[in-house]
Design a protein around this ligand. Structure first.
Ligand SMILES: [Zn+2]
Length: 405
């Protein structure tokens, strides 16, 4: 009887020891992260707060989606019923857009179904374009630019209503009423909140017809410049990251003008974290600016064209701004900011228009680019030099810097 009791006692001890060590042994061999057990230890022993978790979000932005006639004519040739299918134009770049948590674009042309499609100088694009932008994963559609009134305030209003019929779109830069203007849109991505604002400095001499109720605050007056700064301040209070799309600068000039540099600093001082510039149709530098509290912000002065059939080599080169934002507790960090070059490609006569990431572009494609007719030196080395002359190396991806094409 005593033996049995001793045996039971010993078995209990062995069982307990096995149970206790098994956990440690499993941990040792499975290389299980120590974080969880350490966190528990911290709470249990030291009564300290566990480390704050870090989340991250991947945001991208591109420049001018400038739909020239050739682009929509080709889109129409891809269907048999007279409608438009833009999927071929974007097929090479779509995976990179879909890959992001948030993707932003400057939609340079309106889409008004009540008027015929048209091209330069007064653009109107088929509404199937909106469908395609949605299909390839754009979330933020900035409509504030110098072509927004090409089809009148009515055209802009119809275009806004079309874009807003897509639940996935956040449309910024023109608003259907004052309430919408005041209601700054926020997108939450992996626990990080991004607010979006947009404005243009230029509207090609057009003015808004007040009869339609549409709100556009063109930042060509001090009053409207201040209004945007005020919105940035508000956005900064209600979100983690303030993103401003802005249409400004001198066309075909790689150097930001005085307004761009001074207003960028004012936006950053008001609380902007990321400024996405466009309009010059070619790329301009990226800079890190610092606000009065010493916090850093990114300004991409111009991302160039996303898609167009313009006719000079440098207008074929745009950029995909690729940003990773991290949040730890309340602290926000832009941990990576790169410009990934984009090439709009077409064959002679502006046929087969499509855009590529530089990483997918080849010397063979470059040698058949229709733009060689206008820029005979267009080649991989032309692209490389143009990009590396404008964009500081710290903002270029490693595969570009190391490229040997
Ligand atoms: Zn423009």
């Amino acid at each position: 009887m005593l033996k049995k009791k001793i045996l039971a006692f010993l078995l209990t001890i062995i069982f307990c020891l096995t149970f206790f060590y098994t956990d440690s042994i499993i941990e040792l061999f499975t290389n299980k992260s120590d974080e969880d057990s350490e966190t528990l230890d911290n709470i249990n022993k030291d009564n300290t707060i566990p480390p704050e978790k870090t989340t991250s979000s991947h945001m991208i932005a591109v420049g001018d989606n400038l739909i020239h006639g050739r682009i929509y004519w080709e889109a129409q040739q891809d269907t048999t019923d007279g409608s438009y299918d833009f999927s071929e134009a974007y097929q090479n770049i779509a995976p990179y857009i879909l890959d992001a948590d948030i993707a932003s674009i400057n939609q340079e042309t309106v889409m008004d179904n009540t008027q015929e499609p048209s091209h330069y100088p007064m653009f109107n694009s088929p509404i199937e374009l909106a469908y395609e932008l949605n299909e390839i994963g754009f979330d933020v559609i900035s409509v504030a630019n110098n072509h927004m009134f090409d089809k009148g305030t009515n055209g802009l209003k119809n275009s806004l209503e079309l874009l807003q019929s897509y639940d996935d779109f956040t449309v910024v830069g023109a608003y259907l009423n004052e309430e919408a203007y005041d209601d700054i849109p926020i997108i939450e991505s992996n626990d990080i909140t991004f607010s979006f604002l947009a404005a243009t400095q230029l509207v090609n001499g057009f003015s808004i017809d007040p009869n339609y109720g549409v709100i556009v605050k063109v930042i060509d007056t001090e009053e409207n410049q201040q209004a945007l700064l005020n919105q940035v301040t508000t956005a900064n209070q209600i979100s983690d990251v303030v993103v401003v799309n802005i249409h400004w600068g001198d066309e075909y000039n790689t150097i930001p003008n005085e307004f761009q540099t001074s207003y960028a600093q004012a936006l950053v001082d008001a609380g902007a974290d990321i400024i996405i510039g466009h309009h010059p149709h070619i790329i301009q530098p990226i800079e890190t600016l610092t606000n009065l509290e010493g916090e850093e912000a990114i300004v991409a002065y111009s991302l160039g064209n996303f898609l167009s059939t313009q006719d000079e080599g440098n207008r074929m080169l745009g950029g995909l701004l690729d940003i990773i934002v991290e949040k730890t507790g309340d602290k926000i960090d832009i941990v990576s900011c790169k410009l990934k070059p984009i090439i709009t490609h077409y064959t002679q006569g502006s046929f087969n228009v499509t855009n590529y990431m530089y990483s997918d572009y080849t010397p063979e494609l470059a040698s058949t680019h229709g733009v060689i007719e206008y820029t005979p030196t267009f080649s991989m080395s032309y692209i490389y030099e143009m990009i590396s002359n404008v964009i500081d190396e710290e903002y270029l991806p490693e595969d570009f810097i190391l490229a040997d094409k």
